[in-house]
Design a protein around this ligand. Structure first.
Ligand SMILES: C[S@@+](CC[C@H](N)C(=O)[O-])C[C@H]1O[C@@H](n2cnc3c(N)ncnc32)[C@H](O)[C@@H]1O
Length: 332
């Protein structure tokens, strides 16, 4: 029998608000758009390819931490929880933890709706007994489990299960520290709504030498460059811009004072980008800022977790101390 995952799409990916946000970002001085616009179906596939690159250490380093310490993690995290995977992508990391953490339900949240839908259909076939719900939503505006999810929770008796928010891949690094605090506070509220025993299992990339960081975001095959330039195709689709990706160069630099990798697209020529209702002139060398990826020290991140209402309860790292995974209990 084919089991189909439940799916709720909570926002129109090309609605007016999205177009206005994108246009406002293009008109900023300097031009700057949210990294969430990197992810359409092609962007999600390109990101999956990035995780295979020799230079991109975060995915395999985090996977090694889960492999080495999974049993220990299982002793901390309540079994039979409702697992909410933020920015689930291809859901592979959560799926690898199913046998270890034994969740009673799985909610995968992602803005890349078509990719998530396809991924979950396949995943549900591999785990037919695990109730699955896809949520197509942008959690940078708000992160809640919507009322529309209540019938699914009730159907599977998941309303009062502890909630484990899983946020791997150092995606939290896409947010500035104040934005990250805001998101973590919302994650805390999601955990609290499930009662005691909930918490956050989160992967965080650490400050490290620039000669490791920069190649991870500017690989020799040019996959990250394609991922970055795909934002232009996505903008053409969403807003009707006339970006020509060949006229833009990928730039990735570590900004030491801010402890962040910055990705930009640099205009190769003087050009005017036009869209219905607007335009922006770029001189040659002018940049469009597309992503930040903040790097943390464990102490600073533990302090952020506490500010958000979590008690950092356990912390695991790898041999080189490049990446951290925290389990943080949601305090009531
Ligand atoms: C860096 S990838 C990480 C994917 C996967 N969790 C991993 O660790 O390999 C970030 C994921 O978050 C999703 N994402 C980015 N911004 C988002 C937002 N504002 N709301 C929901 N999902 C978002 C992307 O579509 C993508 O799947």
């Amino acid at each position: 029998m084919t089991v189909t995952p439940a799916f709720l799409q909570l926002q129109e990916s090309n609605g007016t608000a999205v177009r206005e946000e994108l246009a406002a970002g293009l008109l900023n001085q300097p031009a700057s758009v949210s990294p969430k616009f990197l992810y359409d179906a092609l962007g999600s596939r390109l990101f999956s390819a990035i995780t295979e690159l020799p230079e991109y250490y975060p995915t395999r380093t985090e996977a090694a931490i889960f492999a080495a310490h999974g049993a220990n993690m299982a002793r901390q995290v309540s079994p039979g929880a409702l697992m909410l995977d933020l920015g689930a992508g291809c859901c592979a990391k959560a799926a690898r933890l199913f046998p270890v953490l034994q969740p009673a339900g799985y909610v995968a949240v992602d803005i890349s709706v078509d990719f998530l839908r396809d991924t979950l259909v396949t995943l549900q076939q591999r785990h037919p007994a695990l109730p699955m719900l896809g949520l197509g939503l942008d959690f940078s505006s708000t992160l809640t489990l919507p009322d529309d999810a209540l019938p699914w929770l009730a159907q599977h008796r998941l309303e009062n299960r502890p909630r484990v928010v899983f946020y791997p891949g150092s995606s939290i690094g896409n947010f500035s520290p104040p934005e990250a605090l805001r998101l973590l506070r919302q994650a805390h509220a999601v955990c609290q709504a499930g009662g005691a025993g909930g918490g956050l299992l989160i992967g965080v990339d650490r400050v490290k030498p620039v000669d490791v960081l920069e190649p991870a975001y500017d690989d020799s095959l040019g996959v990250t460059a394609a991922f970055n330039r795909n934002l232009l195709l996505h903008a053409n689709h969403l807003l009707g811009t006339d970006f020509q990706p060949r006229q833009w160069t990928h730039v990735a630099l570590y900004h030491t004072a801010e402890s962040r990798i910055e990705m930009h697209l640099e205009s190769a020529i003087d050009q005017t980008v036009r869209w219905p209702g607007g335009e922006r002139h770029f001189v040659a060398g002018e940049r469009l800022h597309t992503e930040n990826s903040y790097k943390w020290t464990p102490d600073a991140f533990a302090a952020l977790l506490e500010q958000a209402g979590f008690r950092p309860t356990a912390h695991w790292t790898d041999e080189r101390a490049w990446f951290s995974v925290f389990w943080a209990v949601a305090q009531t």
